[in-house]
Design a protein around this ligand. Structure first.
Ligand code: HPA
Length: 270
C-alpha cells in the first residue's frame, strides 16, 4: 500500500495539489459548499492512479484543490460506500492520500436517520462518538503497522476543540446543532423496525452508511477529525413509514445552508 500511496500523492502533487491544510469529504447535504471554494485544480477520480474504480454505481466523483475561507483545502466531491461493493481499504484510500498531501484536519459530512426521536429531520447532529456496525475494520490488513499503529486509540476519535467551535458557531448563527452517537451500517437496504429498536438500545442517536471507516483511518493517521450529520428521516419503529427518497433529499436540501455556514465559519477559525 505504501507504494500506491506515494505514487498517487506524487501524481496529485504534479497536478498542483500543493500542501493542503484541511481535507473535506462532501457528503449529502454539503454539496453546495463547492460554490464557496476558489477551485484551483480538479481531477476526476477515474483519472487518479490507484483510486478505487467505479463498481456498482457510476462515479462522477472529483478531487478538488483550492482555497476556502483563506485556507488551502482538498475536497472529495463524492465518496465511496461499502454498499457499492468497495472494500474498507478502498473507501479509505483517499484519506491516506489527503494525509500524504499534507492535511492535518479532516472534516466530514453525511446524511443519517434520526434514532433519537428528539432529533427531527432537517436538523443537524455533531458526531461526538460512533459505533462501527460495518462488520470489519479498514485497519484489518497485512502491513497496517507500516502506516501507523495497528491498535489505534479510539478513546476520543472526534476532536474536542473543533466540536466546541462548531457548537459556538451554531449558537451564534441560531442553528440547531444536536450532538450524539452515529452508528454506521453497511446498507444499502434501510433498517427494519427491530433494527431501529436495537440501534436505540445500544446507544445510537443516528444511523447511516458511511463516515466511520474514514474516521478510523484518520485516527490511524493522527489527523484531527470532525463530522456533522444532516438528519434526513426519523426512525420511529412504532410508526415507521416506507422510505421516501424525495423526502430524504428535501430534508438534506433544507439543512444545507446551515451546514455550509458551520463549515465555512469553522474553516476560517482553524
Ligand atoms: N438508515 C441508514 N442510513 C440512512 C438513513 C437511515 O434511516 N437515513 C439516511 N441514511
Amino acid at each position: 500500500m505504501i507504494k500506491y500511496i506515494e505514487e498517487t500523492a506524487e501524481y496529485l502533487q504534479d497536478k498542483g495539489f500543493d500542501a493542503p491544510e484541511i481535507g473535506i469529504i462532501l457528503g449529502t447535504g454539503l454539496g453546495q459548499l463547492i460554490d464557496e471554494i476558489e477551485v484551483l485544480k480538479q481531477v476526476s477520480y477515474n483519472h487518479i492512479p490507484n483510486f478505487p474504480t467505479a463498481t456498482v454505481e457510476f462515479h462522477k466523483g472529483k478531487l478538488i484543490y483550492g482555497n476556502l475561507a483563506g485556507k488551502k483545502v482538498v475536497v472529495m466531491q463524492g465518496r465511496f460506500h461499502l454498499y457499492e461493493g468497495y472494500t474498507l481499504q478502498d473507501i479509505t484510500f483517499p484519506v491516506r492520500i489527503m494525509e500524504k498531501l499534507g492535511i492535518k484536519t479532516l472534516l466530514v459530512s453525511n446524511a443519517a436517520g434520526a434514532i433519537n426521536l428528539d432529533y427531527k429531520k432537517g436538523e443537524l447532529m455533531l458526531i461526538d462518538d460512533h459505533i462501527n456496525l460495518q462488520g470489519s475494520s479498514p485497519l484489518a490488513f497485512k502491513g497496517v503497522e507500516q502506516l501507523g499503529e495497528r491498535f489505534t486509540d479510539m478513546s476520543a476519535p472526534y476532536d474536542k476543540n473543533i466540536n466546541e467551535r462548531f457548537e459556538t458557531i451554531a449558537k451564534a448563527n441560531n442553528i440547531k446543532l444536536h450532538k450524539g452517537v452515529y452508528a454506521s451500517v453497511v446498507g444499502p437496504q434501510l433498517e427494519t423496525r427491530a433494527e431501529y429498536r436495537m440501534l436505540k438500545l445500544i446507544g445510537a442517536d443516528a444511523v447511516g452508511m458511511s463516515t466511520v471507516p474514514e474516521i478510523i483511518v484518520a485516527n490511524h493517521l493522527k489527523l484531527k477529525v470532525a463530522a456533522v450529520s444532516v438528519l434526513t428521516d426519523e426512525c420511529d419503529p412504532d410508526n415507521l413509514e416506507p422510505i421516501n427518497i424525495e423526502d430524504i433529499i428535501a430534508s438534506a436540501a433544507k439543512a444545507e445552508p446551515n451546514m455550509i455556514t458551520l463549515f465555512k465559519e469553522l474553516i476560517e477559525l482553524l
